[in-house]
Design a protein around this ligand. Structure first.
Ligand SMILES: Nc1nc2c(ncn2[C@@H]2O[C@H](COP(=O)(O)OP(=O)(O)OP(=O)(O)O)[C@@H](O)[C@H]2O)c(=O)[nH]1
Ligand SMILES: [Mg+2]
Length: 312
C-alpha cells in the first residue's frame, strides 16, 4: 500500500484504470513468468494503447523495453513495472507545476475556466475557489455561462456553500458583460483571485470560441495582463478525444494549463500520459470525485503508482 494519505487517496480513486491495465499486463507473463518475446512486446503495446496512453507513447515505451531487454532481461511483472515507472515519470514530470497564487500579482489574479460541455468546468471552478480560500485568499466567482439552463444557479449554490461571492446576471446575458462586471467588482473589492466559469459546447463550436475571445478582450480592457490563467478542463473518460480538445482550445483562445477530471470513474486515466507527451502544458490539477475536496495538485509519482501499482 502506498505510504502517504495523498498517494493512498489517489491510488484508491484510480482503481479502474489500474485494474484494467494490471489485468492486461499480467496476461503478458504466463504462470511462473516468462521472457517477453516479440509477441509479448506487441501485446504490451496494444494494452498500453487500450489504457489510453496513446499510440506514440505506447510505441516509445515498447521501444525502451525492447532496448532494455537486450541488456537486462525483463522477465517478471516487477521488472516490467520498474521500466514502465521510469518511462512514465520521464514523460509526466515536465507537466508537473503547482498553480500558485503569485504573491506579486496585480489584483485580482484572473483564472478563466474553459472546456467542452459537461467536462467539469463549474465543479472545478468551485473546487479551485475552495482551494484558494483555504489559503486565506479572497476569492470571487464569475458566472459567465449564461447559455445553459441552471448554470448560473449551479455556481450560486457552490458560492453559498463555500461562502464565496458570485457575480452573475440573468440567463442569456452577454458572457463578456458578466466578465466585465465580475472583474470590475473584484477590483473594487480587492479580491485576490477571480475565477470565471464559462459555457461549454462542442469544441468545434465557433460561436463559443468567439464568445470566449470577446470575454478575453473585455477582461483585457480592464486589466491588460489578464486573464492570467486560462485553464482547460478535460474529462479523462473522453480518452484520446481530450487531445483534440486541447488542440482546438489552444489554437482558438490560448490555454495556460490543464485540469483533468473524473479520473475516479474511468479506466482511461492513461490519457494524462498522452497529454503530457503531446503538449508542453502544465497539468495543474486532477479531479477525483464530485466533492469540493476531490481536487489534487498533479503529482507524477503518486499518479504513476496509482496507474501501475507499487511494484518496481
Ligand atoms: N466523478 C467525478 N465527477 C465529476 C468530477 N468533476 C466533475 N464531475 C461531475 O461531472 C458533472 C458535470 O460537471 P460540471 O462541473 O457541471 O461540468 P461543466 O463542464 O461545467 O458542464 P457544462 O456547464 O454543462 O458545460 C457533474 O455531475 C459533476 O459533479 C470528477 O472529478 N469526478
Ligand atoms: Mg458548467
Amino acid at each position: 500500500m502506498p505510504e502517504s494519505d495523498e498517494t493512498r487517496g489517489l491510488f484508491a480513486r484510480l482503481k479502474k484504470t489500474r485494474e484494467s491495465l494490471a489485468a492486461n499486463l499480467s496476461g503478458l507473463f504466463g504462470p511462473g513468468s516468462a521472457v517477453l518475446d516479440d509477441a509479448a512486446f506487441e501485446d504490451l503495446g496494444d494494452q498500453l494503447i487500450l489504457a489510453d496512453l496513446g499510440v506514440e507513447v505506447s510505441t516509445q515505451i515498447v521501444a525502451t523495453l525492447r532496448r532494455q531487454a537486450v541488456s537486462t532481461r525483463v522477465e517478471t511483472k516487477e521488472q516490467l513495472n520498474s521500466v514502465l515507472r521510469m518511462k512514465l515519470l520521464e514523460i509526466l514530470q515536465p507537466s508537473v507545476r503547482p498553480l500558485d497564487f503569485p504573491a506579486a500579482s496585480a489584483k485580482p489574479w484572473v483564472v478563466v475556466m474553459v472546456g467542452v460541455n459537461g467536462v467539469g468546468k463549474t465543479t472545478t471552478a468551485a473546487k479551485l475557489a475552495h482551494w484558494f480560500t483555504q489559503q486565506d485568499l479572497k476569492v470571487m466567482l464569475g458566472a459567465c455561462d449564461t447559455y445553459r439552463a441552471a448554470a448560473i444557479e449551479q455556481l450560486q449554490v457552490w458560492g453559498q456553500r463555500l461562502a464565496v461571492p458570485v457575480i452573475a446576471q440573468q440567463r442569456g446575458a452577454d458572457a463578456a458583460a458578466v466578465a466585465h462586471d465580475a472583474l470590475n467588482s473584484a477590483q473594487a473589492r480587492s479580491v485576490d483571485v477571480l475565477i470565471i466559469d464559462s459555457a461549454g459546447r462542442q469544441h468545434v463550436n465557433t460561436e463559443l470560441m468567439e464568445q470566449l475571445r470577446k470575454m478575453n478582450r473585455v477582461i483585457q480592457r480592464l486589466d491588460g495582463s489578464a486573464p492570467h490563467e486560462t485553464l482547460l478542463v478535460v474529462d479523462a473518460a473522453t480518452g484520446q478525444n481530450a487531445l483534440a480538445q486541447v488542440g482546438a482550445f489552444a489554437a482558438s483562445v490560448g490555454v495556460t494549463g490543464l485540469c483533468v477530471t473524473k479520473l475516479d470513474g474511468t479506466a482511461r486515466g492513461g490519457v494524462l500520459v498522452a497529454l503530457a507527451q503531446k503538449f508542453q502544458l502544465p497539468i495543474y490539477f486532477v479531479g477525483v470525485g464530485e466533492s469540493v475536496n476531490d481536487l489534487r495538485p498533479f503529482d507524477a509519482e503518486a499518479f504513476v503508482t496509482a496507474l501501475i501499482g507499487e511494484g518496481g
